[in-house]
Design a protein around this ligand. Structure first.
Ligand SMILES: *Cc1c(COP(=O)(O)O)cnc(C)c1O
Length: 247
């Protein structure tokens, strides 16, 4: 078996068996879908001591529930990340990733052919209101990326294969530039799903999926997810961007 076959076999096991904890759910083979908002505790002290990121414990539906957590575990495993955080849409996941890695005045490098509403977030909100600037690059020319880096560059936004034109870029080489020059890399991996491309293994910092498309598969759900190997970054994404912006 080569590495790709081994990945496929592991992916299949993840999809079918991760989260099989029959004794937790009265021995049900299929875990139930939790539809409540609040979880009750015996005391205020117990309630206050819950760390919704670290513990497999829950307080309120906006910061997670057992169904959501199971989905996050499966996606984190499929992407070879340590942690995934799901959102109510792909754009909620995208904007959370930008908020977690950038600040007012940040410069961002973005591939030209990324999902258009993602570009519009910069031109209509983050640029005018927060002074953020964007340099658009082709993505296939590594020197163009090196030349685009500024002192305040905090993030590079990638989509490979890219929307409509399916351009493919060298993720490993771009991740190497980013680590050397000190900015984070983000990829919209929606086109391939984690089954066909695992960007974290190539050095990319954050993977995003809209689950509304290939991952959902049937045009009947809207959802988004971020995955990373960086635990601290994902704690921020979960306890600040998702919890406080409410996506
Ligand atoms: C649809 C889409 C998004 C946005 O996802 P939503 O779930 O609709 O917010 C992001 N990236 C790509 C490539 C898409 O096709």
């Amino acid at each position: 078996m080569d590495n790709k076959d081994r990945d496929r076999e592991q992916d299949l096991l993840t999809l079918t068996h991760t989260g099989d904890e029959y004794n937790r759910y009265m021995n049900a083979v299929v875990p139930p879908i939790f539809m409540n908002s609040l979880h009750a505790y015996d005391s205020v002290e117990e309630y206050n001591s819950v760390d919704v990121f670290a513990d497999d414990s829950f307080i309120y539906g906006r910061d997670g529930n057992p169904t959501v957590h199971l989905l996050e575990r499966k996606i984190a495993e499929l992407e070879h990340g340590s942690r995934a955080v799901v959102f109510s849409s792909g754009m909620a996941a995208f904007s959370a990733a930008v908020m977690a890695t950038c600040k007012a005045g940040s410069h961002v490098i973005c591939m030209k052919n990324t999902y258009v509403p993602a570009q519009r977030l910069f031109s209509t909100v983050l640029g005018p209101k927060f002074g953020m600037t964007v340099t658009y690059v082709d993505g296939t020319d590594l020197q163009e990326i090196e030349d685009a880096v500024q002192e305040n560059t905090d993030l590079m936004i990638l989509e490979s294969p890219a929307t409509y034109i399916f351009k493919v870029v060298d993720l490993k080489a771009i991740a190497e530039i980013a680590h050397r020059r000190g900015f984070k890399t983000y990829i919209d991996n929606s086109c391939l799903t984690p089954i066909f491309q695992k960007p974290l293994d190539l050095g990319i910092d954050i993977v995003m999926h809209t689950m509304s498309k290939f991952m959902g598969g049937h045009s009947d759900i809207i959802g988004g997810v971020l995955v990373s190997k960086d635990e601290e970054l994902m704690r921020t994404v979960m306890t600040q961007e998702r919890e406080l912006f409410g996506g």
